[in-house]
Design a protein around this ligand. Structure first.
Ligand code: COA
Length: 329
């Protein structure tokens, strides 16, 4: 009997309508379009506006479209893994909220927190439930409303992040396509370089934490850049090596979109040209858990059955990882 692998069988994405351009940011903080473009590759990002809307509301759009594409109903979903750093609430999980909003009454689910590597960690986790035969239809969501934790007076972070959400469906595949390998890492000693200082059990919300702007993303950009550029490139090269893949074997690199310079370094290390790299950072910035599924969504029409994809990400924690998969449709 051939091996059962977990394959992506549908993908969809959602980005909010509001476009926050570099030009508009020039009127909010002391920065320039030229600085942002040359240092990060970002030109604009999307912002979710509207009272009472959270990450799950973007996921509703992404998932409803995905179900329609695949021709199944929400009741067919058995498990939802919602990868996010900006859940609707501290609890209950956004996976529960989403299940209720879309009518996935037969699903159980949970949130997965691995910052910008979340979607890769989520895919690797979800694939186990398919490979073991435990579940048939598993949804993996990657999305964030980063604007809810960004200080728009901090020019070092507000230029980078945006809002958006992508979703994939995983199903069993016995044709040799799907997720073939994953390589995942965490190093908690990096926690001080990229975090949100307050709102957790160590430092609960108080007047003081609000006055000190501790409910926003804190990032030591240069330190994070150094780790990101090395580890994302290394992990992508490592997964190629252990699967005996040469640069010619790779159809697409699907990198986390944190900084164009980090993406270029990863492609370089893998020995592949930019024509094989999915890059949309100029339009959406860093949507944290959303970047990789949003790329898959945008490039879906160019993907062919059997294409070899390497996914790679780096994020707060630190966390980093890579997935090697063969496109299944
Ligand atoms: N506009 C203009 N100048 C800015 C600026 C902005 N938006 N933000 C920072 N600067 C200034 C700094 O104040 C500094 O000025 P100084 O030299 O007078 O002190 C100068 O630009 C250089 O700052 P630096 O932090 O060294 O810039 P950088 O080249 O490292 O770029 C980041 C900053 C944040 C874009 C970059 O460090 C980065 O992308 N880091 C990693 C991001 C990442 O991967 N995140 C997490 C993984 S998800």
């Amino acid at each position: 009997m051939s091996k059962v692998q977990a394959a992506i069988t549908a993908v969809n994405g959602y980005v909010p309508e509001y476009v926050l351009t570099n030009k508009e940011l020039e009127s909010i903080v002391e920065t320039t379009d030229e600085w942002i473009t040359s240092r990060t590759g970002i030109k604009e990002r999307r912002i979710l506006k509207g009272e009472g809307l959270g990450t799950s509301d973007m996921a509703v759009h992404a998932v409803n479209g995905l179900l329609k594409k695949r021709g199944i109903s929400a009741e067919d979903i058995e498990l939802i893994i919602f990868c996010t750093t900006t859940p609707d609430m501290q609890f209950p999980a956004s996976a529960n909220i989403l299940a209720d909003k879309i009518g996935a009454v037969n699903a159980w689910g949970y949130d997965l927190q691995a910052a910008c590597s979340g979607f890769i960690f989520g895919l690797a986790t979800a694939s186990q439930f398919i490979e073991t035969g435990k579940h048939k239809n598993v949804l993996v969501i990657g999305g964030d409303k980063m604007s809810s934790i960004i200080n728009y007076e901090d020019r070092t972070t507000c230029i980078i992040f945006g809002d958006g959400c992508g979703a994939v469906l995983l199903e069993a595949n016995e044709e040799g396509n799907g997720i073939i390998d994953s390589l995942l890492h965490t190093d908690g000693s990096g926690r001080n370089h990229l975090n949100m200082k307050a709102g957790g059990s160590v430092n609960p919300a108080s007047h003081e934490t609000i006055d000190n702007h501790e409910h926003f993303v804190h990032q030591e950009g240069q330190a994070v850049f150094k780790f990101a550029v090395t580890n994302m490139a290394n992990v992508a090269a490592e997964i190629m090596e252990r699967n005996q893949l040469s640069s010619d074997d790779i159809t697409w690199l699907v990198p986390h979109q944190a900084n164009k310079r980090i993406i270029d370094a990863t492609a370089n290390r893998m020995g592949i040209g930019t024509e094989k790299v999915m890059i949309n950072i100029e339009k959406y910035g860093n949507t944290t858990n959303g970047t990789i599924p949003l790329c898959l969504w945008e490039w879906e029409s160019q993907l062919k059955k059997g294409d070899t994809l390497i996914l790679a990400a780096f994020g707060g924690g630190f966390t980093w990882g890579s997935i090697y998969l063969k496109w299944a449709y």
